[in-house]
Design a protein. Structure first.
Length: 119
């Protein structure tokens, strides 16, 4: 079974930084594109944040709302995908999840990691 284990969240002041990690198991990691999503309070939908393609094409793309502040990367040797978040804003407060876009329809999500941006 595919598992996603997110970590690295916490409480940070506006303008601060966090680096989230997501360890993935149960699939051929290097062959899959991976993405980060977030779910804000009171919103049932998860918002796509960033995607990094498989090891054959390590290009990545981030959403317009976080462009220039967030960066996604992956370490295929560790089966881990990262989200470096800089210049955090209160509106970035959310639970952050990772998943493989090709598998999102299976609705199999990890527990997520809470990010709270507040002074």
């Amino acid at each position: 079974q595919v598992q996603f284990v997110e970590s690295g969240g916490g409480l940070v002041q506006p303008g601060g930084s966090l680096n989230l990690s997501c360890e993935v198991s149960g699939l051929p990691f290097s062959e899959y594109a991976l993405a980060w999503y977030r779910q804000t309070p009171g919103n049932q939908q998860r918002q796509w944040i960033a995607i990094i393609w498989s090891s054959k094409n390590t290009n990545y793309k981030v959403g317009s709302g976080v462009d220039g502040r967030f960066t996604i990367s992956r370490d295929n040797a560790k089966n881990t995908v990262y989200l470096q978040m800089n210049s955090l804003k209160p509106e970035d407060t959310a639970v952050y999840y990772c998943n493989a876009p090709d598998l999102v329809a299976h609705n199999n999500w990890g527990q997520g990691t809470q990010v709270t941006v507040s002074s």
